[in-house]
Design a protein. Structure first.
Length: 293
């Protein structure tokens, strides 16, 4: 962690105690290692700042969350401000702004999972662990989250552990999973990799450094491919849609100009004073320059 501990953490404070200070930077060896990884990430993109998302996962893999020193490292490496880095880090929920547990347990409570039992699973886990949304157990093992959608509605209700799928869960089966996590016992997802890795390890994978487990297990189970199987068994095919049909049904054939053509929104005449004022022209020029930079 990138915090200096002054004593035992208070309950549910995500590993922080009152008065703790964040470490201000990485030691030389850690910085050198992170810099080498960061340069590998940056090399994937035509513009360095495009590497920010995976770099946030990189520093999260180091500290267990996007720490102040991680933000400073990203900003200095990419030549942008810490405010710009923080704006991105606070937008996406996969980036944690306080120390996270070894395992993030996400319970989907969106519509389908909820009606199939997701709400009951959430209530059971919250009571069993004694924590609420985005809170961490005292031992630092589990961070519990409500998830809007795990993108696995065909297996509702779904729980994820560090973004590995646990399908068709019940309150009892979900409690069994988290108890094993707390005990440090091996846990196998329903699909995907053969075991659950730690939050830090998963963050490094998301930074773009594969752990070699991408092809383990089943990716799409029977419920996911059921439509494809039925189509093959019954000889169902999609209607043909050739180029002539596509042209006949396009917006252009109905008198709607394509983007950039005359009378399209991109080619409209100025309609307000702001469109023709010097200030308006400057704003437009700055916007166009930004798009090109």
């Amino acid at each position: 962690m990138s915090v200096e501990h002054a004593g035992a953490p208070a309950p549910h404070d995500h590993g922080r105690t009152p008065g703790e200070r964040h470490a201000t930077g990485f030691d030389d060896a850690t910085r050198a290692r992170l810099t080498a990884d960061a340069q590998e990430i940056i090399a994937r993109y035509p513009q360095a700042r495009s590497a920010l998302l995976p770099m946030l996962h990189l520093v999260q893999a180091e500290d267990g969350y996007v720490s102040p020193r991680g933000i400073a490292f990203c900003a200095a490496t990419l030549g942008i401000s810490t405010a710009e880095v923080s704006a991105v880090a606070t937008f996406y929920t996969q980036y944690k702004r306080h120390p996270n547990g070894t395992y993030t347990v996400g319970v989907c409570t969106n519509t389908l999972c909820a009606v199939m039992g997701g709400d009951a699973i959430w209530e059971e886990l919250s009571a069993h662990l004694g924590i609420g949304h985005d809170e961490t157990t005292d031992d630092g093992a589990v961070t519990l989250e409500r998830i809007e959608c795990n993108a696995a509605c065909d297996y509702a209700p779904v729980v994820m552990v560090n973004w590995e799928f646990f399908d068709n869960q019940t309150p009892a089966s979900a409690v069994e999973v988290v108890d094993k996590l707390v005990e440090g016992a091996p846990v196998a997802p329903t699909r995907g990799a053969s075991s659950v890795c730690t939050f830090k390890e998963m963050s490094r994978v998301l930074a773009g450094f594969p752990d070699g487990r991408a092809d383990e297990g089943v990716g799409a189970g029977p419920a996911t491919v059921r439509g494809t199987v039925l189509a093959r068994e019954r000889g169902w095919t999609a209607p043909s849609f050739d180029a002539d049909e596509r042209a006949a049904t396009s917006g252009a054939s109905h008198g709607e100009p394509e983007a950039g053509e005359e009378q399209s929104s991109a080619d409209r005449a100025p309609t307000t004073p702001a469109d023709v004022s010097p200030a308006g022209e400057q704003r437009k020029q700055k916007s166009d320059d930004a798009k090109e930079s």
